[in-house]
Ligand binder design. Structure first.
Ligand SMILES: Cc1cc2nc3c(=O)[nH]c(=O)nc-3n(C[C@H](O)[C@H](O)[C@H](O)COP(=O)(O)OP(=O)(O)OC[C@H]3O[C@@H](n4cnc5c(N)ncnc54)[C@H](O)[C@@H]3O)c2cc1C
Length: 276
């Protein structure tokens, strides 16, 4: 994927990529008692569209030498994903972690992340995934842009830096659109638009040496405790349903092809899959 054109003139100096650690999609389980997602003891991963956003940032870094900072908000178990991001090639990462953030919905999450981005400072481009696989609201990226009063381009599959501006290909319902905006700006990145690279040995050694994952509390960032957490979140998840799929069965029709097809059609008619 071509991420840049027009040389290094007006290149972004710092890209901040927001990533969330989510339970692996195949392992998603809802606690039948609390009706919340089970996160402890469940294999986790970088939210897949966020891995695409990180790859997009790393391709810009490869071409333009831009610094890539990865940011997450969550418990310290999220270090696993931040370390992976650094091992993939990010320069450093920041985890906003504080008990008072627990239960935050998208409103406090966008507020807290935008305050942390301001503390990181010096950014020209912010990248988020299009949405997460565990709650899938897609609110947080646009929420951050709103708090920071930045132009935003959503559902982006390709970014070019041209004469100091961001030109991005956006997926629309009936095709694709090209949008251009000044920096600093925010883009939300489409799932599957590129192939995220694997961590390298050099990257893993950098992680092992330490010092590249910084933890900040709300007090460190200057986040107002009255604006975060469960009790300052306007959304209430009233009920979560688990879809129970009916058990599946199969039938093999063997014998001569003509006879097998006749039996198959009769069976489909009997099951009302097709009309007689
Ligand atoms: C089953 C369930 C349902 C929920 N329903 C709602 C709901 O209806 N409304 C609501 O407000 N909240 C809801 N939540 C809470 C929601 O998980 C949190 O608000 C969460 O912090 C952000 O929402 P999201 O996962 O939908 O992010 P999205 O808005 O889908 O995320 C978009 C992008 O923002 C960035 N991002 C999101 N979260 C973080 C993070 N913690 N750290 C760094 N970057 C991040 C990533 O780049 C991500 O790809 C729900 C949670 C669960 C478990």
């Amino acid at each position: 994927m071509d991420v840049t054109a027009g040389g290094t003139a007006g290149r972004p100096r710092r890209i901040v990529v927001c990533i969330k650690q989510v339970p692996r999609a195949q392992e998603l389980q809802v606690d039948p008692v609390t009706q919340t997602l089970k996160r402890v003891g469940v294999p986790s991963e970088i939210n897949p569209p966020d891995a695409n956003a990180l790859e997009m940032a790393l391709q810009l870094k490869d071409r333009l030498g831009t610094e890539v900072v990865v940011l997450s908000m969550g418990p310290t178990s999220f270090d696993e994903s931040l370390e992976r991001a650094v091992a993939m090639g990010a320069d450093r990462s920041v985890l906003l972690t504080d008990r008072i953030l627990g239960g935050s919905d998208t409103v406090p999450t966008a507020y807290a992340l935008s305050e942390t981005i301001q503390k990181i400072g010096g950014y020209d481009l912010l990248l988020c995934g299009e949405e997460t696989t565990d709650a899938s609201t897609g609110h947080v990226g646009p929420g951050i842009a709103g708090h920071l009063d930045l132009p935003q381009i959503t559902y982006v599959s390709e970014v070019r830096i041209i004469n100091g501006k961001v030109r991005a290909r956006r997926t629309a319902e009936d095709g694709t659109e090209w949008w251009e905006t000044t920096m600093p700006c925010l883009c939300t990145v489409n799932f599957g638009c590129n192939r995220p690279r694997e961590p390298t040995l050099t990257g893993k050694i950098r992680v092992k040496r330490g010092g590249l994952v910084t933890h900040w509390s709300c007090a460190d960032v200057g986040i107002d405790p009255k604006k975060v957490g469960l009790f300052n979140s306007p959304t209430i998840v009233a009920k979560v349903d688990t879809v129970r799929l009916p058990s599946r069965s199969g039938q093999i029709f063997s014998g001569e092809p003509e006879e097998s097809v006749r039996k198959l059609l009769a069976s489909l008619v009997a099951d009302r899959v097709i009309a007689a």
